[in-house]
Design a protein around this ligand. Structure first.
Ligand SMILES: Nc1ncnc2c1ncn2[C@@H]1O[C@H](COP(=O)(O)OP(=O)(O)OP(=O)(O)O)[C@@H](O)[C@H]1O
Ligand SMILES: [Mg+2]
Length: 469
């Protein structure tokens, strides 16, 4: 990975005496007290953007986002600090170098796409190539390709006003893409679109980005958009970058109260992934094991079911306590015959938790998180899913056979925020493993009661849950 944009201690001050403002700011002055000297729009901003990254700059209106992004292609000189684009320091570059950087390396998409009304869609898309001096036929051909890439195949002969807002924004995007620069700067590029089309554009941008491996710096004041698009997000406040991190870092470890408040309303289900809420489980057993070992593992893991794995930790299915006990009683040598697959639902670590609710509510056992080789990474008990939300919502009635029980912990409303390793809210469900422990102490007599015990414990937990709502 190479760094394509590097901003070091960038200041941008509008007004008569930028140097004095910077000096005073460095001495600790508040920018509010310096307004007579100038407006400090960007204060001491440092960050690096890597090749192929979508780097989002987010912040409230007036926080300095547009000013910052304009220093990255030299539309604004910096008042202090430096900006390097692909190794060229553009803060000291002459105008011909700047032109070259803009023509070859950096293009920009604006909120109001500024299409030329009397030119066709194709000509509009070709505009950046025209500026680069590309011959007409060649540029129109190229424009057509990029129109296709953004889903506007067949619209080239129309005029902008014949297109919807979303389509016009696609033309703006095609125009920026046609320049084939390594870096795309997008300033509130989707903000004028209505929510559904906006979502579609966000998805398309992510898809295009993964195909083209562009480096994208994307400005938005919409947190959900920032979280959806950004590999990393820089949050600006009053001209300063107050935190840089992944969506998850910003959501789960906000740098200060301002950011914590800011992210309060974000749709967590779209940001957090299975990986961020999954838990380890010791409730696993090799397919080659016998029922007695399975029973001991059930005890050790305080669990009422085990995930069955092969030598590569590939998930083959699960065995339930009652079947293990029965197999032991019947003298079976392996657990191979009692492996169940039906209730197992596997997900990938990068699956957003919004997509886990439906399978989780249908499944009797926690979701199983697997890697691309089907190997076990962890499990997502439903309670973890509910805990990940600000508001846990109604109880669901999952039977929790495959999970590790933790030390009993008092369930508090803040359990969702606390970073507790394992489910602080699992206490309700711990009756089940005890039944299993009893069962293994006396296989003969306990086999039947383990069956009943599981059911009873589950009903108990469910009723207790219901009681709360
Ligand atoms: N050309 C300018 N001359 C003077 N002040 C400016 C200029 N451009 C921006 N500012 C000031 O700099 C600060 C940051 O503005 P900027 O446009 O960068 O904010 P922004 O985060 O992009 O806001 P928005 O979300 O509204 O677009 C504001 O206080 C603004 O008034
Ligand atoms: Mg702006």
């Amino acid at each position: 990975m190479s760094v394509v944009v590097k901003a070091s201690h960038v200041y941008k001050v509008f007004g008569k005496r930028p140097n004095e403002v910077i000096k005073r700011l460095e001495e600790g002055a508040d920018r509010k007290d310096l307004t007579k000297l100038g407006t400090a729009a960007v204060i001491d901003a440092s960050f690096e953007v890597e090749e192929g990254e979508i780097f989002v700059v987010m912040g409230l209106s007036g926080s300095g986002k547009s000013t910052l992004i304009r220093t990255l292609n030299g539309l604004w000189d910096t008042s202090g600090g430096s900006v390097e684009v692909l190794g060229t320091d553009i803060s000291t570059a002459d105008s011909s170098t700047l032109r070259k950087v803009r023509g070859k390396h950096v293009s920009m998409v604006f909120q109001h796409f500024a299409l030329l009304p009397h030119r066709t869609v194709r000509e509009n898309a070709a505009y950046s190539l025209e500026i680069q001096g590309m011959p007409k036929n060649q540029r129109l051909e190229k424009a057509e390709e990029w129109l296709k890439a953004v889903g506007l195949d067949g619209w080239g002969d129309k005029y902008p006003q014949q297109l919807s807002g979303g389509m016009q924004q696609r033309v703006g995007l095609a125009r920026a893409l046609a320049a084939e620069t390594d870096i795309l700067l997008m300033d509130e590029a989707f903000s004028a679109l209505d929510p559904l089309i906006r979502r579609e554009m966000q998805e398309q941008l992510v898809e295009l980005q993964s195909k083209l491996n562009k480096t994208i710096i994307f400005i938005t004041h919409d947190l959900n958009e920032a979280m959806f698009l950004g590999d990393r997000i820089a949050v600006m406040r009053d001209g300063r970058i107050v935190q840089i991190g992944t969506s998850e870092e910003i959501l789960t470890q906000p740098a200060d109260d301002y950011i914590a408040e800011f992210v309060q309303d974000v749709d967590r289900t779209r940001v957090l992934t299975a990986a961020s809420i999954m838990r380890e489980t010791k409730a696993t057993i090799s397919i080659e094991a016998g029922p007695r070992l399975a029973m001991r593992t059930l005890e050790d893991s305080n669990s009422s079911g085990l995930l069955v794995l092969d030598d590569n930790r590939t998930v083959l299915g699960m065995v339930s306590d009652r079947n293990v006990v029965r197999a032991a009683r019947e003298g079976q040598q392996t657990i191979a015959d009692i492996v169940e697959k039906t209730d197992l639902f596997t997900v990938r670590p990068e699956t957003p938790i919004s997509e886990l609710f439906a399978p989780s509510s249908a499944a009797k056992v926690p979701l199983t998180v697997i890697d691309e080789n089907q190997r076990l990474l962890g499990i997502v008990p439903r309670v973890a899913l509910l805990n990940s939300m600000a508001d846990p919502g109604p109880a669901t009635g999952e039977i929790p056979p495959v999970q590790e029980a933790s030390e009993p912990v008092v369930v508090s409303p803040s359990a969702a925020e606390s970073d507790s390793e394992d489910g602080a809210a699992f206490t309700d469900e711990q009756a089940t493993p005890t039944e299993v422990a009893d069962a293994s102490a006396d296989v003969e007599s306990a086999a039947g009661s383990a069956d009943e015990g599981t059911g009873a414990a589950t009903r108990g937990a469910t009723d207790a849950e219901r009681g709360k709502h």
